[in-house]
Write a protein that binds this ligand. Structure first.
Ligand SMILES: C[S@@+](CC[C@H](N)C(=O)[O-])C[C@H]1O[C@@H](n2cnc3c(N)ncnc32)[C@H](O)[C@@H]1O
Length: 329
């Protein structure tokens, strides 16, 4: 790993430790477009687990890279609770660089049924997506990186490191790698509204003006959740100071057209709090599939082709070293 990437990882550990709680509350379990996309991902994973269970005689190990607060482990716990679990899945492992995110994941574990946690052998690891361990072939490893986590992985260098380390981890064991991310073709319809609804978590997006309250002294609380179909270029929020006192009510922010254009072109979401996320282009994801996963069976899929309603704005890069998925894609 380069020194620069190392530095960025250290900076992002602090950032994610700070925003993990709010991010879970207001974005990942709060925004309707994201919740729909998460449902899509969970249904797709179920389908893949079913296919492997029916076809194979090996148990499946699921590794959730950038697990955050442990949505995926929780999903499978709940499936067993609801008696909807026909899968031969015997290990779920979550990895994340944020201690706070893992604390949240582990506190979910403590509220779960102990026998189910044992049956699924749920484990968590404080670690980086760039240092994945090589999996053995006692099980079929499925490594996933979901919900545009690749977009938060320290820029182009980090994103490519993910492709490289995923391949290293699954190739010998004939496993599967799945990267599920958002596409820069949908910035205008989805991204702008999502980040304008999450200013209390990530801060004021750089395409919004004016910039009177961008310093960390203030907290901005958007007045509404803007989702797909909301065409307003304005966002209203209440501003609170460090003591939690209301500094300004119904503060109006408006999109600056030139800045919106730049986000559309680069796919780079940036806020005044140092948060940065990429919505990568289909072109670049295809390039990375071809350069980092060459020689292996791979798929590139726009998620709207699988489920236009739940996942209109995403894309999948899939590495299928054991040719397990040809009945699905
Ligand atoms: C979008 S959130 C995760 C959402 C989660 N995958 C889900 O689907 O609910 C991104 C996560 O990536 C983690 N992260 C960022 N850089 C990382 C790295 N280099 N290695 C591992 N985790 C990282 C952050 O700590 C954060 O929890």
């Amino acid at each position: 790993m380069s020194i620069n990437l190392d530095k960025q990882v250290n900076r992002d550990i602090l950032l994610w430790d700070n925003i993990a709680d709010e991010s879970e509350k207001s974005v990942l379990s709060g925004h309707p477009d994201i919740i729909a996309y998460e449902n899509f991902e969970e249904q797709l994973l179920d389908k893949i687990l079913m296919e492997l269970t029916e076809k194979g005689n090996k148990p499946i190990k699921l590794v959730d890279i950038c697990t955050g607060a442990g949505r995926i482990p929780e999903h499978y716990h709940n499936k067993i609770m609801n008696e909807e679990f026909p899968f031969n899945l015997n290990h779920i492992h979550g990895i994340d660089i944020s201690k706070r995110a893992l604390e949240m994941a582990e506190s979910k574990l403590s509220g779960m049924d102990e026998d189910i946690v044992k049956r699924l052998n749920m484990t968590f690891e404080l670690g980086s997506a760039f240092d994945l361990k090589e999996e053995n072939d006692l099980s079929i490893p499925i490594l996933v990186n979901l919900n545009n986590s690749i977009g938060t992985l320290q820029g182009y260098e980090g994103a490519q490191q993910l492709f490289i380390s995923m391949r290293k981890a699954v190739e010998k064991a004939n496993g599967i790698g799945i990267i599920s991310c958002y596409s820069n073709n949908y910035i205008e319809d989805y991204a702008l509204n999502i980040y304008e609804s999450a200013m209390q978590v990530t801060g004021q997006p750089q395409w919004l003006e004016p910039t009177n309250y961008t310093s960390s002294e203030y907290k901005m609380l958007p007045k509404e959740l803007k989702a797909f179909g909301n065409l307003s270029k304005d966002t209203y929020c209440d501003i609170y100071d460090q003591n939690g006192l209301l500094a300004e009510e119904d503060y109006k922010l408006t999109r600056a057209p030139t800045k919106v254009r730049a986000v559309n072109i680069t796919g780079n979401i940036k806020t005044y709090r140092g948060y940065s996320s990429m919505w990568y282009s289909p072109l670049i994801i295809n390039q990375w599939i071809n350069s980092h996963w060459n020689g292996c069976k791979t798929y590139y899929i726009e998620t709207k082709d699988l489920d236009e309603k739940l996942a209109p704005f995403g894309q999948l890069a899939i590495l299928d070293c054991g040719n397990h998925l040809n009945n699905i894609f």
